[in-house]
Design a protein around this ligand. Structure first.
Ligand code: DP6
Length: 339
């Protein structure tokens, strides 16, 4: 029986966004970011890895389809893990020459701007680290695959520290609070579209770094303050403060996208309609009850406390009668259930 490791990893949705790199190869960001890890019941990635002397080439299968292993990020991740294995002598030298087979699946619309690369890379590196029996900070390995992936190696509320070191050794994720800290917190995902036609995050953020003045202001002044404030709001379970910071940060991120030249436009008319509805709802309630956030795509993630869920779902179903793609998710842990 050949060695095989299977791992599942959760999706995370940022409330303080990562946007812009200071190092493209090591994937080092220009600012800290904060995210919420969702439970794996509805969305997650699942990866199996194995190796053996009988394989003639590295192989990767994504949702059952064989894909090229030439993706440089994939190659970097595998090289890094093998280097660590060689240094730690965690496997025999002969094993290091074996080729690997990776099978990865996810149960949600890929490329719908729903953090598929984050869960995917978090899963892949955790599986490979186990296969090669290495001891290391997996968030650093995940980061080399995709920046946001380093936050998916922890459950609950997570902060990715930008770090200052050129080698990225201090650009790691840490947990702000675990998934049991604020059990009333829920995420409601509204899938506006699962069609991929926008600029990828990688290209979009590179253009922003090269052309947006607002991004420089954001990284220097806005994000450092917001990261501290939202961490405090999370620890104090201050929903109104958490919601305000989340919405403002999503809006500033999309303002940076528009300030990029040529602009990256991720939100659609429906996205903007959702923003309008959430503000109207909060105004009607007289306090902040729901927050929206949008990544590099049109789909909304709403954060709200569980007592608001029934009303919000009713409202969404009434306003968007044709949408059948909304689901509520709790906070999650790593290795926290079936996928
Ligand atoms: C808008 O992590 O997908 O979702 O590091 O180039 O792989 P790469 O980018 P990626 O960017 C995510 C951007 C975002 C914000 C966030 O998740 O913080």
């Amino acid at each position: 029986e050949m060695d095989r490791v299977t791992v599942i990893a959760p999706v995370n949705i940022a409330v303080i966004k990562y946007w812009g790199k200071r190092d493209e190869k090591l994937i080092l960001p220009i600012n800290d970011s904060v995210s919420v890890t969702l439970d794996t019941s509805i969305m997650c990635a699942k990866t199996s890895v194995c190796f053996g002397p009988e394989f003639t080439e590295n192989e990767i299968w994504l949702n059952g389809v064989k894909t090229s292993f030439s993706n440089p990020r994939l190659v970097n991740v595998l090289d890094k893990i093998k280097n660590i294995a060689a240094t730690q002598r965690s496997v025999d030298n002969a094993v290091l020459s074996w080729k690997v087979r990776v099978c990865s699946e996810n149960n949600f619309p890929t490329a719908a701007g729903l953090a598929s690369s984050a869960a995917g890379y978090a899963c892949l590196v955790t599986a490979l680290a186990k296969l090669y029996k290495i001891k290391t900070d997996v968030s650093v390995l995940a980061r080399i695959g995709s920046g946001s992936a380093c936050r998916s190696v922890f459950g609950g509320f997570v902060r990715w520290h930008a770090g200052v070191n050129a080698d990225g050794s201090d650009s790691i994720a840490t947990q702000i609070a675990d998934s049991t800290h604020w059990p009333e917190m829920k995420a409601l995902i509204l899938v506006v579209s699962d069609i991929k036609k926008h600029t990828s995050s990688t290209v979009g953020m590179m253009n922003s770094v090269n052309t947006s003045d607002l991004l420089k202001y954001r990284a220097k002044y806005t994000v450092p303050r917001r990261t501290e404030e939202i961490s405090e709001a999370i620890l104090k379970k201050d929903f109104a403060k958490f919601a305000e910071l989340t919405m403002k940060d999503s809006n500033q991120f999309h303002a940076v996208c528009l300030d990029t030249y040529p602009p990256c436009v991720y939100m659609t008319d429906v996205s903007h309609k959702i923003v309008e509805i959430i503000h109207a709802y909060n105004d009607m309630c007289g306090e902040l009850k729901v927050a929206y956030t949008f990544d590099a795509g049109p789909n909304a993630c709403l954060y709200l406390l569980d007592k608001e869920v029934p009303t919000l779902l009713k409202l969404i179903k009434y306003l968007f009668p044709t949408s059948n793609l909304d689901f509520v998710i709790g906070l999650g842990d790593v290795d926290g259930g079936d996928c």
